[in-house]
Design a protein. Structure first.
Length: 289
């Protein structure tokens, strides 16, 4: 394993903040079930999920809890932001310290629950962006290649658009600046659930991806056994990515909470290319933004 410094940044922000050393992934690694060990809710500390180290990025240590060995609960209040964030965002999130190289097959599975925070078990979400799981690009590597500091939006993210779950993807050709505002990134909304998310129950999430910003890229997403995304094409910015989860949103007055359990991440030889379902589904037509 090779260590290198990494820069931690707000997803849609403009600041880069030095943090712990990240780890280049051995692409043959196989991770076990998502057992959480050495749990710590304290910002700028680490614990492990399925054997992988994760850094704690929270504004308030009481917002991150570990109800059982397989589960993490993330709560966000207005004004809860990480040490590098501006007051315009709220964040309770953990970030993997493992950077998976570009062009590496990735499989990710977990169970996700949005807790109700509105009347009659509804979800209230007034944020203009609300990210609840993302693969973030290695901005340090891109900054080094371009010769100046950048901050990017994630090449893949689950978002909450109001009370609807959404899948977005992004890509940029190698050599161009993928930073926010540079105008070189292609934004795709690959799927928006036509129905409000069912709160208070766990949903089975399966992601298969290859972050390759050419014709070798792909992204397949299934929710509760139904394939909702089957995208083949450029994905990412030509550098490695890391998995980050919790909640990161534009600041909003409502308190929100999400739960993740049984997070299992595999990559390289342990991961396989997407398998076509026996009954093909028709994903939402990609929409440029």
């Amino acid at each position: 394993m090779k260590c290198k410094p990494i820069w931690m940044m707000p997803v849609l922000g403009v600041l880069l903040v030095a943090s712990w050393g990240a780890v280049w992934a051995d692409t043959s690694d196989v991770k076990g079930p998502g057992t959480i060990t050495s749990f710590s809710p304290t910002p700028q500390t680490r614990f492990e999920v399925g054997g992988d180290p994760y850094g704690v990025h929270t504004g308030n240590s009481s917002d991150l809890t570990n109800p059982d060995p397989q589960t993490l609960r993330f709560e966000v209040h207005q004004g809860d932001h990480a040490w590098y964030d501006s007051s315009s965002v709220d964040r309770t999130e953990i970030n993997s310290a493992v950077t998976i190289p570009a062009g590496t097959p990735i499989n990710l599975s977990y169970q996700f629950m949005a807790e109700p925070n509105g009347p009659n078990g509804s979800l209230v979400n007034t944020s203009w962006f609300n990210v609840v799981g993302q693969f973030h690009s290695d901005d340090w590597a891109t900054s080094s290649a371009l010769g100046h500091s950048i901050a990017t939006s994630p090449p893949f993210a689950f978002q909450l658009a109001g009370d609807h779950l959404q899948v977005v993807a992004r890509y940029c050709p190698t050599g161009l600046d993928p930073s926010n505002g540079a105008g070189n990134v292609k934004n795709l909304t690959l799927w928006t659930d036509p129905n409000p998310i069912q709160t208070g129950v766990y949903h089975n999430i399966q992601v298969q991806a290859n972050f390759s910003n050419d014709s070798n890229g792909y992204l397949a997403v299934s929710i509760d056994g139904n394939q909702v995304v089957n995208y083949h094409g450029p994905l990412g910015y030509g550098v490695g990515t890391d998995w980050e989860y919790g909640m990161y949103r534009s600041s909003a007055p409502e308190t929100s909470a999400v739960d993740y359990r049984n997070v299992i991440l595999t990559y390289g030889s342990a991961a396989t290319a997407p398998i076509q379902p026996s009954t093909p589904t028709t994903p939402t037509t990609p929409r440029s933004e």
